[in-house]
Write a protein that binds this ligand. Structure first.
Ligand code: GDP
Ligand code: MG
Length: 246
Protein backbone atom coordinates (compact mmCIF):
# COMPACT_ATOMS: atom_id res chain seq x y z
CA UNK A 1 0.00 0.00 0.00
CA UNK A 2 1.29 3.50 0.70
CA UNK A 3 4.93 4.32 0.95
CA UNK A 4 6.59 5.94 3.89
CA UNK A 5 6.79 9.25 2.11
CA UNK A 6 3.06 9.29 1.62
CA UNK A 7 2.63 9.68 5.32
CA UNK A 8 4.46 12.95 5.11
CA UNK A 9 6.27 12.32 8.35
CA UNK A 10 9.61 14.06 8.64
CA UNK A 11 12.36 12.30 10.52
CA UNK A 12 11.05 9.50 12.67
CA UNK A 13 10.96 10.35 16.28
CA UNK A 14 8.90 13.47 16.11
CA UNK A 15 5.57 12.49 14.63
CA UNK A 16 2.73 13.53 16.83
CA UNK A 17 -0.41 12.74 14.91
CA UNK A 18 -1.39 9.28 15.92
CA UNK A 19 -4.76 8.70 14.34
CA UNK A 20 -6.31 9.22 10.95
CA UNK A 21 -9.27 11.08 12.33
CA UNK A 22 -9.32 13.25 15.42
CA UNK A 23 -13.03 12.60 15.73
CA UNK A 24 -15.43 14.68 17.74
CA UNK A 25 -13.25 14.78 20.81
CA UNK A 26 -11.36 12.70 23.28
CA UNK A 27 -13.65 10.43 25.18
CA UNK A 28 -12.95 10.79 28.86
CA UNK A 29 -13.36 7.05 29.39
CA UNK A 30 -10.81 4.30 29.58
CA UNK A 31 -8.28 4.09 26.85
CA UNK A 32 -7.07 7.64 26.55
CA UNK A 33 -5.46 9.90 29.04
CA UNK A 34 -4.10 13.02 27.53
CA UNK A 35 -5.04 16.54 26.82
CA UNK A 36 -5.34 15.82 23.13
CA UNK A 37 -6.57 12.26 23.00
CA UNK A 38 -7.20 10.71 19.65
CA UNK A 39 -10.56 9.09 19.11
CA UNK A 40 -10.94 6.46 16.43
CA UNK A 41 -14.06 5.91 14.41
CA UNK A 42 -15.68 2.50 14.16
CA UNK A 43 -14.20 1.93 10.74
CA UNK A 44 -10.63 2.44 11.94
CA UNK A 45 -11.23 0.22 14.96
CA UNK A 46 -12.62 -2.53 12.72
CA UNK A 47 -9.83 -2.25 10.14
CA UNK A 48 -7.30 -2.57 12.96
CA UNK A 49 -9.13 -5.55 14.42
CA UNK A 50 -8.93 -7.29 11.06
CA UNK A 51 -5.23 -6.51 10.65
CA UNK A 52 -4.39 -7.90 14.07
CA UNK A 53 -6.65 -10.93 13.63
CA UNK A 54 -4.79 -11.87 10.46
CA UNK A 55 -1.48 -13.68 10.17
CA UNK A 56 1.21 -12.72 12.65
CA UNK A 57 4.28 -14.82 12.07
CA UNK A 58 7.47 -15.04 14.04
CA UNK A 59 10.35 -14.75 11.59
CA UNK A 60 13.50 -13.77 13.39
CA UNK A 61 15.21 -13.59 16.75
CA UNK A 62 18.25 -11.42 17.28
CA UNK A 63 20.78 -10.89 19.96
CA UNK A 64 21.20 -7.37 18.78
CA UNK A 65 24.91 -7.37 18.30
CA UNK A 66 24.73 -10.64 16.40
CA UNK A 67 22.47 -9.44 13.67
CA UNK A 68 19.14 -7.87 12.99
CA UNK A 69 16.98 -9.09 10.11
CA UNK A 70 16.91 -6.98 6.95
CA UNK A 71 14.32 -4.26 7.28
CA UNK A 72 11.11 -5.33 5.60
CA UNK A 73 8.65 -2.67 6.69
CA UNK A 74 7.56 -0.40 9.47
CA UNK A 75 8.49 -1.73 12.89
CA UNK A 76 6.69 -1.15 16.16
CA UNK A 77 8.58 -2.35 19.21
CA UNK A 78 7.21 -3.22 22.63
CA UNK A 79 9.31 -2.63 25.71
CA UNK A 80 8.91 -2.48 29.46
CA UNK A 81 10.08 -3.83 32.79
CA UNK A 82 9.92 -7.54 33.33
CA UNK A 83 6.42 -8.55 34.41
CA UNK A 84 4.85 -5.32 33.13
CA UNK A 85 2.41 -7.35 31.04
CA UNK A 86 4.18 -7.25 27.67
CA UNK A 87 3.37 -10.82 26.70
CA UNK A 88 -0.21 -10.31 27.81
CA UNK A 89 -0.73 -7.15 25.77
CA UNK A 90 0.83 -8.73 22.67
CA UNK A 91 -1.61 -11.59 23.11
CA UNK A 92 -4.51 -9.20 23.65
CA UNK A 93 -3.63 -7.12 20.61
CA UNK A 94 -3.30 -10.09 18.29
CA UNK A 95 -5.97 -12.22 19.93
CA UNK A 96 -3.76 -15.26 20.16
CA UNK A 97 -1.31 -16.97 22.44
CA UNK A 98 1.34 -18.24 20.07
CA UNK A 99 3.02 -14.90 19.61
CA UNK A 100 3.97 -14.40 23.21
CA UNK A 101 4.79 -18.07 23.65
CA UNK A 102 7.56 -17.72 21.11
CA UNK A 103 8.99 -14.90 23.15
CA UNK A 104 9.00 -16.85 26.39
CA UNK A 105 10.81 -19.82 24.89
CA UNK A 106 13.91 -20.22 27.03
CA UNK A 107 16.80 -18.46 25.41
CA UNK A 108 14.54 -16.10 23.54
CA UNK A 109 13.71 -13.81 26.44
CA UNK A 110 16.95 -11.91 26.00
CA UNK A 111 16.48 -11.46 22.29
CA UNK A 112 14.56 -9.19 20.03
CA UNK A 113 11.77 -11.26 18.55
CA UNK A 114 10.34 -10.16 15.21
CA UNK A 115 6.81 -10.86 13.98
CA UNK A 116 5.34 -10.06 10.59
CA UNK A 117 1.78 -8.78 10.87
CA UNK A 118 0.04 -9.45 7.58
CA UNK A 119 2.99 -8.15 5.58
CA UNK A 120 2.07 -4.62 6.69
CA UNK A 121 3.80 -4.17 10.02
CA UNK A 122 6.60 -5.77 11.95
CA UNK A 123 6.00 -6.15 15.69
CA UNK A 124 9.14 -6.42 17.78
CA UNK A 125 9.11 -7.91 21.24
CA UNK A 126 12.02 -6.39 23.14
CA UNK A 127 13.60 -8.05 26.17
CA UNK A 128 12.18 -7.00 29.53
CA UNK A 129 14.40 -4.82 31.68
CA UNK A 130 14.77 -3.76 35.26
CA UNK A 131 15.06 -6.82 37.42
CA UNK A 132 15.73 -5.30 40.83
CA UNK A 133 18.43 -7.86 41.50
CA UNK A 134 20.23 -7.40 38.19
CA UNK A 135 23.82 -6.37 38.54
CA UNK A 136 25.05 -3.09 37.20
CA UNK A 137 26.91 -4.83 34.38
CA UNK A 138 23.77 -6.69 33.33
CA UNK A 139 21.87 -3.41 33.25
CA UNK A 140 24.60 -1.78 31.19
CA UNK A 141 24.69 -4.69 28.76
CA UNK A 142 20.95 -4.46 28.33
CA UNK A 143 21.10 -0.73 27.73
CA UNK A 144 23.88 -1.11 25.21
CA UNK A 145 21.93 -3.73 23.33
CA UNK A 146 18.68 -1.78 23.39
CA UNK A 147 20.40 1.42 22.32
CA UNK A 148 22.12 -0.27 19.38
CA UNK A 149 18.74 -1.31 18.09
CA UNK A 150 16.92 1.94 18.83
CA UNK A 151 19.34 4.30 17.22
CA UNK A 152 20.26 2.36 14.09
CA UNK A 153 16.94 1.22 12.73
CA UNK A 154 15.25 3.56 10.25
CA UNK A 155 12.23 1.27 9.93
CA UNK A 156 11.55 1.47 13.66
CA UNK A 157 8.67 3.87 13.73
CA UNK A 158 7.60 3.70 17.34
CA UNK A 159 8.30 2.07 20.66
CA UNK A 160 5.36 1.23 22.87
CA UNK A 161 6.75 1.63 26.39
CA UNK A 162 4.63 -0.25 28.88
CA UNK A 163 4.20 0.93 32.45
CA UNK A 164 2.42 -1.11 35.11
CA UNK A 165 -0.42 1.08 36.41
CA UNK A 166 -0.05 -0.49 39.87
CA UNK A 167 3.66 0.14 40.07
CA UNK A 168 4.19 3.39 38.22
CA UNK A 169 7.56 4.70 37.07
CA UNK A 170 10.78 3.12 38.33
CA UNK A 171 14.37 4.23 37.80
CA UNK A 172 14.76 1.59 35.08
CA UNK A 173 11.86 3.19 33.20
CA UNK A 174 13.50 6.58 33.48
CA UNK A 175 16.72 5.07 32.12
CA UNK A 176 14.82 3.51 29.22
CA UNK A 177 13.12 6.82 28.41
CA UNK A 178 16.45 8.62 28.50
CA UNK A 179 17.81 6.10 26.00
CA UNK A 180 14.80 6.62 23.75
CA UNK A 181 15.33 10.38 23.89
CA UNK A 182 19.00 9.98 23.10
CA UNK A 183 18.18 7.70 20.17
CA UNK A 184 15.48 10.16 19.00
CA UNK A 185 13.12 7.23 18.86
CA UNK A 186 9.43 8.12 19.15
CA UNK A 187 7.80 6.33 22.02
CA UNK A 188 4.37 6.13 23.55
CA UNK A 189 3.60 5.40 27.16
CA UNK A 190 0.95 2.74 27.62
CA UNK A 191 -0.30 1.84 31.07
CA UNK A 192 -1.04 -1.84 31.68
CA UNK A 193 -3.19 -3.70 34.23
CA UNK A 194 -5.72 -0.87 34.55
CA UNK A 195 -8.20 -3.39 35.96
CA UNK A 196 -6.02 -3.73 39.05
CA UNK A 197 -6.22 -0.07 40.01
CA UNK A 198 -9.20 1.84 41.38
CA UNK A 199 -10.39 4.80 39.28
CA UNK A 200 -8.90 7.62 41.41
CA UNK A 201 -5.48 5.96 41.53
CA UNK A 202 -5.73 5.16 37.84
CA UNK A 203 -6.49 8.79 37.04
CA UNK A 204 -3.51 9.84 39.15
CA UNK A 205 -1.04 7.50 37.44
CA UNK A 206 -2.42 8.46 34.03
CA UNK A 207 -1.92 12.14 34.84
CA UNK A 208 1.56 11.37 36.06
CA UNK A 209 2.30 9.53 32.82
CA UNK A 210 1.15 12.52 30.76
CA UNK A 211 3.47 14.72 32.83
CA UNK A 212 6.37 12.29 32.38
CA UNK A 213 5.74 12.22 28.63
CA UNK A 214 6.05 16.00 28.57
CA UNK A 215 9.49 15.73 30.15
CA UNK A 216 10.79 13.52 27.36
CA UNK A 217 11.51 14.90 23.93
CA UNK A 218 10.86 11.63 22.13
CA UNK A 219 7.61 10.83 23.93
CA UNK A 220 4.27 11.22 22.20
CA UNK A 221 1.91 13.38 24.24
CA UNK A 222 -0.84 10.83 24.38
CA UNK A 223 -0.88 8.07 26.96
CA UNK A 224 -3.05 4.99 26.63
CA UNK A 225 -4.58 3.14 29.52
CA UNK A 226 -5.12 -0.56 28.93
CA UNK A 227 -6.03 -3.86 30.49
CA UNK A 228 -5.19 -7.10 28.76
CA UNK A 229 -7.51 -8.75 31.26
CA UNK A 230 -10.67 -6.80 30.36
CA UNK A 231 -9.60 -5.59 26.92
CA UNK A 232 -10.00 -1.95 27.91
CA UNK A 233 -8.06 0.35 25.63
CA UNK A 234 -6.91 -2.51 23.40
CA UNK A 235 -9.01 -1.70 20.29
CA UNK A 236 -7.83 1.92 20.44
CA UNK A 237 -4.18 0.90 20.79
CA UNK A 238 -4.62 -1.46 17.83
CA UNK A 239 -6.12 1.35 15.76
CA UNK A 240 -3.31 3.66 16.70
CA UNK A 241 -0.69 1.10 15.66
CA UNK A 242 -2.59 0.15 12.50
CA UNK A 243 -2.59 3.80 11.45
CA UNK A 244 1.18 3.46 11.06
CA UNK A 245 0.92 0.40 8.80
CA UNK A 246 1.92 0.36 5.18
N1 GDP B 1 -4.95 -8.19 36.25
C1 GDP B 1 -4.16 -8.14 35.21
N2 GDP B 1 -3.04 -8.88 35.19
C2 GDP B 1 -2.23 -8.79 34.12
C3 GDP B 1 -2.52 -7.94 33.03
N3 GDP B 1 -1.51 -8.06 32.13
C4 GDP B 1 -0.63 -8.96 32.65
N4 GDP B 1 -1.05 -9.40 33.85
C5 GDP B 1 -0.38 -10.36 34.72
O1 GDP B 1 0.92 -9.87 35.03
C6 GDP B 1 1.87 -10.94 35.04
C7 GDP B 1 2.97 -10.64 34.05
O2 GDP B 1 2.42 -10.62 32.76
P1 GDP B 1 3.28 -10.95 31.46
O3 GDP B 1 2.42 -10.64 30.29
O4 GDP B 1 3.86 -12.31 31.51
O5 GDP B 1 4.44 -9.86 31.62
P2 GDP B 1 5.84 -9.72 30.84
O6 GDP B 1 6.89 -10.25 31.74
O7 GDP B 1 5.98 -8.24 30.67
O8 GDP B 1 5.72 -10.44 29.55
C8 GDP B 1 1.10 -12.19 34.70
O9 GDP B 1 0.75 -12.84 35.89
C9 GDP B 1 -0.14 -11.67 33.99
O10 GDP B 1 -1.25 -12.52 34.14
C10 GDP B 1 -3.73 -7.16 33.08
O11 GDP B 1 -4.08 -6.39 32.18
N5 GDP B 1 -4.49 -7.31 34.19
MG1 MG C 1 6.83 -11.89 28.70
Amino acid sequence: MGHDEARGGPARGREDVTGPDPGPGPGPGLGTAAGEGTAFDAEAIEAARKLFAGPCDFFHAAQVLAGLPPERGIEIAFAGRSNVGKSSILNALTGRRALARVSTTPGRTKQLNFFDLGGRLVLVDMPGYGYAEASKSVKEAWQGMMFDYLRGRPSLRRVILLIDARVGFKPADEAAMDLLDKAACAFQLVLTKADKVKPPALAAIAARAVAVAREHGAALPEVRVTSSETGAGIPELRAEIAALAA
